[in-house]
Design a protein around this ligand. Structure first.
Ligand code: S3P
Length: 176
């Protein structure tokens, strides 16, 4: 059966929702960033600091290339996965793509809780940066098969919406 791939901006809930969804479906869950961290023995922040964003994007591309050969897995991708068209082609080939969205306010609130995102390090300019990146990436996130706003929903509500979409589309019966 096809993978279920969660994409979306930082702080939209990909990891939390992905883990819950995988549990609900009894499928394996893989977080692309966590796997990159594990294999490099470094956090995303440390990778950015030591080698820069270009290196991280290469790592991300090669991880996505590998994950796209998996089956029946729930995959949470990093927020910037959409920046590479190659990533999206690969993920789509064997997966249904669900984009999680959230308001700028919600994103700032959620990403402000833990300082793990190197792209949002400039505290004074966080709102400006989030708005700029959202604007740049909006069109790319729109290429998903389904969009779900997580701003005012509980994780359970989001899971229910995803399950509804997956059932309606026949994605759980392995015919798509
Ligand atoms: C990034 C998002 C992060 C991580 C890296 C870059 C981005 O993942 O991959 O910090 O470019 O949006 P999350 O979306 O899981 O925070």
């Amino acid at each position: 059966m096809r993978n279920i791939v969660l994409i979306g901006f930082m702080g939209t809930g990909k990891t939390t929702i992905g883990r819950l969804l995988a549990n609900r479906l009894g499928r394996p869950f893989i977080d692309s960033d966590k796997k990159i961290e594990y294999e490099n023995g470094m956090s995303i922040r440390e990778i950015f600091n030591a080698y820069g964003e270009t290196y991280f994007r290469q790592q991300e591309r090669s991880m996505i290339a590998r994950l796209s050969h998996y089956n029946n897995t729930v995959i949470a991708a990093g927020g910037g996965v959409v920046l590479s068209a190659e990533n999206m082609v690969r993920l789509k080939r064997n997966g249904v793509i669900i984009a999680l969205t959230a308001s700028t306010e919600t994103i700032l609130e959620r990403t402000g809780r833990r300082n793990t995102r190197p792209l949002l390090d400039d505290f004074e300019k966080r709102e400006q940066i989030v708005n700029k990146l959202l604007k740049e990436r909006m069109e790319l996130y729109q290429k998903a098969d389904c969009h779900i706003d997580t701003s005012n929903s509980s994780p359970q509500q989001v899971i229910n919406e995803i399950m509804f979409f997956l059932r309606q589309g026949g994605y759980l019966r392995g015919r798509s």
